[in-house]
Design a protein around this ligand. Structure first.
Ligand SMILES: Nc1ncnc2c1ncn2[C@@H]1O[C@H](COP(=O)(O)OP(=O)(O)OP(=O)(O)O)[C@@H](O)[C@H]1O
Length: 294
């Protein structure tokens, strides 16, 4: 077992008008890492490169100690993508029997337990499942492979609140084994707070932030003042969150808290505040790059 389940070095992938550029990151074993970023930022592209579904133009991706995408590695990785890897005409109850033989460690008993736990209609055809049921079936298929690494692309999209909680429970159960790792993408920062140990913010094909979630909360705070944005706030703030006639909110470094007068309220920064800031910062940098090129 290596310390990092996934190591990405200098990865670039071009897809028509979009490019993932010079991505360097590691996903440590034993942690849940959440991938966030705006629509079209490159999250799915990054996850597909980890699964070996997209080949790098430059750089390399190592998964569980081997090059991404090989059969040996794929047998150790469970996947939930937007499309289910089961034929539309298969019945739910036959999916395990049909697909299980492709995976060395397929656990049919566990698959059936998960199908029952998710309340999936066993006699339904795959194409007769609702969107949320399809996600649940994908998840059961991913977990029944008894993987060491789970890669989940927006796994809660389409799930009802009860199923979201169930998914969170399942991820926690999966993580009881210290050799297990989860890499998932989401648009919901509350899910990061709930599940993730680490976050990676992606924007416009680059990594804008990569770190432990608790460090992010330790490093940043929000200063809220009434009235106009003060010079002090302007100088110390690293990102303006809001500014109106009623007052302002700026993201600051926690270390700068003492610079503010007593009438400015200092609060903890939410994950949302920080994620939005880094995504915006990366977008502005991208625009500047564009201006320089033009
Ligand atoms: N098959 C493809 N061919 C060409 N370009 C693609 C293809 N799939 C995605 N893209 C482009 O790559 C970019 C990144 O897409 P990607 O799906 O990785 O983003 P994302 O961060 O997962 O977005 P979302 O949050 O909306 O799911 C987008 O501009 C998209 O249009």
């Amino acid at each position: 077992m290596t310390d990092d389940a996934v190591v990405i070095r200098q990865l670039s992938i071009r897809r028509d008008s979009f490019a993932l550029r010079d991505v360097d990151l590691s996903v440590p074993t034993g942690y849940v890492t959440g991938l966030v970023g705006p629509n079209g930022a490159g999250k799915t592209t990054l996850l597909k490169s980890v699964l070996g579904l997209l080949a790098p133009d430059t750089g390399d991706v190592t998964v569980l100690g081997d090059a991404a995408g090989g059969d040996a590695v794929n047998n150790r990785v469970g996947v939930v993508l937007d499309r289910i890897s089961a034929a539309p005409e298969w019945r739910v109850r036959s999916v395990g029997r049909r697909i299980g033989r492709l995976y060395h460690r397929w656990d049919e008993t566990f698959f059936r337990t998960l199908v029952a736990r998710f309340g999936l209609p066993e006699r339904n055809r795959v194409d007769a499942l609702s969107r949320g049921q399809t996600v649940k079936l994908s998840l059961a298929m991913a977990l029944a492979r008894r993987p060491e690494l789970l890669v989940l692309d927006e796994p809660t999209s389409g799930l009802d609140p009860v199923a979201r909680r169930e998914l969170a429970d399942i991820v926690r159960e999966f993580m009881l084994d210290p050799g297990h790792t989860v890499l998932f993408s989401t648009h919901i920062t509350a899910e990061l707070d709930d599940l993730a140990d680490r976050i990676i913010v992606v924007n416009d094909g680059t990594v804008a932030y990569d770190g432990m979630l608790h460090e992010l909360h330790e490093r940043f705070a929000v200063a809220r003042g009434s009235g106009a944005l003060s010079e002090r706030a302007r100088a110390s703030g690293i990102g303006l969150l809001s500014d109106s006639s009623g007052g302002y909110e700026v993201l600051i470094r926690s270390a700068d808290t003492a610079l503010f007068d007593a009438d400015v309220v200092i609060d903890d920064a939410s994950t949302d505040d920080v994620v939005v800031h880094f995504a915006e910062q990366a977008r502005v940098r991208g625009d500047q790059r564009g201006l320089v090129r033009a």
